[in-house]
Design a protein around this ligand. Structure first.
Ligand SMILES: O=C1NC(=O)[C@@H](c2ccccc2)S1
Ligand SMILES: [Zn+2]
Length: 263
């Protein structure tokens, strides 16, 4: 589906309607979340996710991360509530991780790094009809960020981990069905931080309402090691490069306020 980063518009694309606060903009992501500077907002609602595992389609290596893609042609897997006014459709989820357990996340909390971060990418289906349109607009995307910590094995993640050896190289893709992304959310989804930011990979458009979960999930050391067995490089390339450290560096806050749904 078009929501994977490979199809995200580049600045050369004819649909590109002029600069939408391109890199060096004033609402880039990721950021460090300074807990004591976040502002509690009692108007923030609990998140409402309705994910249909039947809409899960494929898993593929796009040369930067691995994406699990969902059928986003209908409102079957949706996100609403939280800081959002509209209904958003899940199009894919993916992760960012490090070469060691000491780092890997894109966001940090009081400068604390996590070994990995899950991103569930949704687009505003009340206002737009395609991901490619939404990706250009202020209120176009909503991404849920969940931190991963190394600890006990995550049973729900294992089905995904078992599929990774089949997509070791860039551009490899396999069918992947009946996966409920809800199993990757922490038990408590009422406590989160939210702020206006951007995609963390090109075209870095400033169209994302970020929802970063306060509670992390745990995965085992071995499960994370399988992430690191993926390759940035395609099967044809001579030099194989391990897919690790696929995160963007932190960006300046530029006066933005990070709101919290909890005190
Ligand atoms: O949260 C994000 N993580 C990424 O890799 C970026 C992205 C870019 C295009 C599509 C989906 C996601 S934005
Ligand atoms: Zn991401």
């Amino acid at each position: 589906t078009a929501c994977s980063s490979k199809y995200v518009l580049s600045q050369m694309h004819p649909m590109w309607q002029g600069p939408l606060a391109v890199p060096g903009g004033d609402r880039q992501s990721p950021i460090d979340i300074v807990v004591r500077k976040s502002v509690f907002d009692s108007k923030l609602k609990p998140l409402e996710t309705e994910y249909d595992p039947q809409t899960c389609q494929q898993i593929w290596n796009n040369g930067y991360s691995f994406l699990v893609e969902y059928d986003d042609t209908t409102d079957k897997s949706t996100l609403k509530g939280g800081p959002l006014q509209d209904k958003f459709r899940l199009c894919q989820f993916h992760f960012h991780w490090g070469e060691s357990n000491a780092w890997g996340s894109e966001h940090t909390v009081d400068r604390r790094l996590f070994p990995a971060e899950l991103h569930l990418v949704h687009w505003n289906s009340d206002k737009y009809s395609l991901f490619e349109e939404a990706v250009m607009e202020d209120n176009g995307l909503a991404v849920i960020g969940v931190f991963l910590k190394v600890g006990k094995r995550h049973e729900g993640l294992q089905k995904l981990v078992d599929a990774l050896p089949a997509i070791r190289h860039k551009d490899s893709i396999v069918e992947f069905t009946r996966f409920d992304p809800g199993c990757l959310l922490p038990a408590n989804t009422d406590d989160y931080w939210t702020y206006h930011g951007s995609l963390t990979t090109p075209p870095l458009t400033e169209s994302v309402t970020w929802i970063v979960m306060k509670q992390h999930i745990e995965v085992s050391h071995d499960q994370l090691a399988v992430f690191r067995s993926l390759l940035f490089t395609s099967a044809e390339e001579e030099v194989q490069k391990s897919m690790v450290n696929n995160f963007r560096v932190q960006q300046p806050l530029r006066g933005r306020t990070v709101r919290s749904s909890f005190t």
